[in-house]
Ligand binder design. Structure first.
Ligand code: SF4
Ligand code: SF4
Length: 101
């Protein structure tokens, strides 16, 4: 079992033996199991929504908040549905998404 911080408010406990992650969002209280981890560099994101359109599981949503450039950025939701296919990372023109399985 390995404990890591994905973002200031997101902790992940990894169970490599089961190929499974347990993520906790400290600020929202959201907790979920996931086969993959997604990191989104919100300062790189320009909100073009290409990743939203390509995600087969509708995991990525547009936030109503803004990054430092004044642009809406995307965030993952319902991570338990993510398959780790990495299509979102491949399609992003700004290399703002990293997917780890
Ligand atoms: S494809 Fe990249 S730049 Fe476009 S919304 Fe998704 S993360 Fe942001
Ligand atoms: S890895 Fe695949 S399923 Fe997960 S958010 Fe990206 S496109 Fe969607």
């Amino acid at each position: 079992m390995i404990l890591q911080w994905l973002a200031p408010c997101v902790a992940v406990i990894k169970f490599p033996e089961f190929n499974m992650n347990y993520l906790t969002n400290i600020s929202s209280g959201e907790r979920y199991f996931s086969v993959a981890e997604i990191k989104i560099d919100i300062q790189r994101c320009k909100g073009c929504e290409l990743c939203i359109g390509i995600c087969p599981k509708k995991v990525i949503k547009l936030s109503d908040k803004f990054n430092k450039k004044g642009l809406h950025y995307v965030r993952p939701e319902n991570m338990e549905n993510c398959t780790g296919c990495a299509l979102c990372a491949i399609v992003c023109p700004d290399v703002a998404i990293t997917v780890k399985k």
